[in-house]
Ligand binder design. Structure first.
Ligand code: NAG
Ligand code: NAG
Ligand code: NAG
Ligand code: NAG
Length: 721
């Protein structure tokens, strides 16, 4: 009895302490739940009188600039602290001292460039630390050493270049680490030491050129490794030695060679993604007992006799392989599944230009390699990146298949610069200050397939630049200074497959300006200033499958220009100022279209016949972030896998009933919400009730929960049955 009373008394006095603590004027306090929110107030310092028993404190979107030492000493019960978008530049040492109960700390979207050694001292219970979208270039050794309970560390989207030894030391419980979207190129051998529980690591969208195999082999418990979107060109034998690894993502690199023994020491691998690379041939991978799936889409693999052992191996071990043949021409585009091993033959196919180049001549000298380059004779690559070169070096070995000359200062590429380089398949000239390329500059490069000229200062190209290099399939001219696509430029590129011209200043596409590029499949024009596309701009491009026109200045769908490109699968028009889409806008491409991007356009109206012809082939449709109040009848779209209708001001009156019904017939997340009438604001279109509308059938079984039934015109209480 006495105890009970005492307990009661304690609770009461505790509660009254909480209640009596005043709430800082600029904040909102929920004293019962001990939440305090002072978000979006332009505060330049943390309010001094935060109630002592506060557990969740939200300070996002202020102008704090600095987190001073000891500023949270008076709030020791905090478990959650949100400090994102606060223009924070500095975290003083000891800033979070006394927060031994804190479990979640979000410092995302600030301007932190430097993590000091004692920035996070005292956070012994912290489980999640979010540092994404800052400017972190350097992490001092020992910065994380006190964070023994941390599960998740998110360092995505920062400026890290180098991961030194022991940088993550102390993170004994860490399970998930995100390092995506940095500029990491160097990973020291012991960088990942001391992470015994790490399960997932993402290193995608970085500048990793060579697999940091020794560093990664320290991660003995890792099960998933994401290395997509890096500039790796090859993977050697036993490159990956990670006993627990189950999934590895190596997509969107520049891989040309992958040793058949590359994964031999990672026996648990069940999924390997090597999609969107430059692999031309592949052998059976040895030692892969658990492998279930191998993604090789977006490579240039020829389905001929050389692929037969691989096909037999995949069939025998029942490995699901995603691979579309890049040749010979009678199999172009075919899925490997649709072929039998016995069909994979070699022969003389006259129009088959993508054969693996075979060096016939003896090399002039054994180890020819220009002085300023690093030549890897086993894979025949010459790396001369960032050597302050002003002239294209001479003296490459005749067998070289890849030359990497990125980040030099060539300004111009003279005629005949690569005269003897007949085996080079891939030439990297990104970031070289190039403004001029002379005619016949690539003469002699008979087997060149990949030409990288991104991030230069090129504003025009004469067609003769490509003279003598007829196999070029991929040209990267993004981030240059083009204001148009000069007529005829592509005339000498009969095998051009993919053209990247995004992020230039092109303002219009004129008639017939891409003549000659008859085999073009993918055309990227994102981020230009295109406001006009002439009706025959895409003439002759009968094989075009992907067309990216997003982030331009188009005010209407270029329907006329789409005529004749009737194999188009993917069209991106996002971020163009298109307000209306009229009837029949997509008719020319309606039989092939699968992925349509119409998001972020301030689109106000889609006419009732705008989607005429489009139907069950469409797999994804993006309409988010527009000004749509309604949509036309969508009944024909019955093959959708993804649809996004979020952030549109849908008007949930009777005219929207058809959309409500259609959404309920899909088994997909749609994101459509009502904005008008007021009574329905914020309701999902899927769940809104259109009771007073003709054709509305209440579906008692479907929706048993008691959501108040509301219709657009009147509010009604649900009738109790
Ligand atoms: C914050 O400051 C900016 C400019 O200094 C001002 O435009 C904005 O209205 C302020 N916001 C609030 C919530 O006071
Ligand atoms: C925070 O800033 C980022 C960009 O730095 C922005 O994308 C995000 O929307 C902002 N978040 C909030 C809640 O304002
Ligand atoms: C294979 O890669 C392609 C291209 O990256 C991707 O679209 C596809 O979903 C991937 N398939 C699997 C099974 O991961
Ligand atoms: C290029 O090399 C210089 C020194 O030779 C070095 O300081 C710089 O960081 C390098 N840049 C890149 C991007 O590798």
């Amino acid at each position: 009895m006495k105890m009970k009373f005492l307990h009661y008394f304690l609770v009461l006095s505790f509660a009254s302490t909480i209640l009596s603590d005043p709430c800082p004027q600029v904040c909102i306090c929920d004293n019962i739940k001990t939440f305090v929110t002072c978000a979006n107030k332009n505060l330049t310092e943390i309010p001094p009188a935060i109630p002592q028993y506060t557990q969740k404190l939200t300070l996002q979107k202020n102008e704090l600039k600095i987190i001073p030492s000891g500023v949270f000493l008076a709030t020791p019960y905090l478990t959650h602290l949100s400090l994102q978008n606060c223009s924070i530049e500095t975290i003083e040492e000891g800033a979070f001292r006394n927060l031994a109960r804190l479990r979640y700390l979000n410092l995302g979207s600030n301007r932190i460039s430097f993590i000091q050694q004692e920035s996070f001292d005292g956070l012994s219970s912290l489980e999640q630390l979010i540092l994404e979208k800052n400017r972190i270039e350097e992490i001092k050794l020992g910065a994380f050493s006190q964070l023994g309970s941390l599960n998740l560390l998110n360092l995505e989207d920062n400026f890290l270049v180098y991961l030194p030894d022991m940088v993550f030391q102390g993170l004994m419980q860490l399970k998930l680490m995100r390092l995506s979207k940095n500029m990491i190129s160097i990973v020291s051998i012991e960088a990942f030491a001391g992470l015994p529980n790490l399960k997932r690591l993402s290193l995608d969208h970085n500048e990793v050129q060579y697999l940091p195999n020794e560093a990664l082999s320290r991660l003995s418990g890792l099960t998933r490794l994401e290395l997509g979107w890096n500039p790796m060109t090859f993977i050697l034998e036993e490159a990956i030695q990670m006993a627990s690894l189950k999934q590895i993502l190596l997509n969107n690199n520049a891989l040309q060679d992958v040793s058949f023994k590359a994964f031999e020491k990672s026996k648990q691998l069940s999924f390997i993604d090597m999609s969107n690379n430059q692999i031309r041939s592949i052998q059976p991978l040895s030692g892969m007992d658990q492998l279930k799936r191998l993604n090789l889409t977006g490579n240039t693999i020829i389905c001929d006799c050389f692929l037969k052992p691989f096909k037999q191996w995949a069939d025998f071990f029942r490995i699901k392989v995603d691979l579309h043949c890049f040749g010979p021409s009678h199999f172009l585009g075919d899925h490997l599944d649709s072929l039998r091993a016995i069909d994979l033959k070699c022969g003389n196919f006259p129009d088959d230009v993508y054969k693996i180049p075979v060096a016939t001549e003896k090399p002039d000298t054994e180890n020819a390699c220009p002085q300023s380059c690093d030549c890897k004779t086993d894979v025949k690559h010459a790396i001369c990146e960032n050597k302050s070169l002003q002239k294209i070096p001479k003296g490459f070995h005749v067998d070289t298949t890849l030359i990497d000359l990125r980040r030099n200062f060539f300004h111009s590429i003279p005629k005949g610069a690569f005269l003897d380089m007949k085996n080079v398949a891939s030439l990297h000239l990104q970031n070289c200050e190039i403004s001029d390329i002379e005619p016949e500059a690539l003469m002699g490069m008979k087997n060149l397939v990949y030409l990288y000229l991104s991030h230069n200062k090129i504003s025009s190209l004469k067609p003769e630049v490509f003279q003598g290099a007829p196999k070029i399939g991929y040209v990267f001219l993004d981030h240059n200074r083009f204001t148009n696509i000069p007529k005829e430029t592509l005339r000498l590129l009969p095998n051009l497959f993919s053209l990247h011209m995004q992020h230039n200043s092109i303002d219009s596409l004129s008639n017939n300006n891409m003549a000659g590029a008859q085999k073009l499949h993918w055309l990227y024009l994102t981020g230009n200033k295109i406001n006009y596309i002439a009706p025959t701009a895409f003439r002759d491009m009968k094989d075009l499958e992907k067309l990216h026109l997003d982030d331009n200045l188009l005010s209407e769908v270029p329907t006329q220009a789409l005529k004749g490109i009737n194999k188009l699968i993917e069209l991106r028009l996002s971020k163009n100022p298109i307000k209306n889409i009229g009837n029949g806008a997509f008719v020319p491409v309606s039989q092939s279209m699968q992925h349509l991007y119409l998001n972020d356009m301030r689109l106000q109206q889609i006419s009732s016949g705008a989607f005429l012809g489009l139907g069950k082939k469409v797999k994804s449709l993006f309409l988010e972030n527009n000004n749509l109040q309604n949509l036309p009848n969508m009944k024909n779209f019955n093959g959708l896998e993804v649809i996004n209708l979020a952030n549109n001001p849908f008007n949930c009156n009777c005219q929207l009933l058809h959309l409500h019904k259609w959404i309920n017939s899909l088994n997909l997340k749609v994101g459509a919400k009502c904005v008008t009438p007021k009574s329905l604001r914020g309701h999902d279109v899927r769940n809104a009730k259109f009771i007073s509308c003709p054709g509305w059938e209440s579906n008692k079984n479907r929706n048993k929960r008691k959501i108040p039934a509301i219709s657009s015109s009147k509010k009604k209480r649900p009738r109790k049955s």
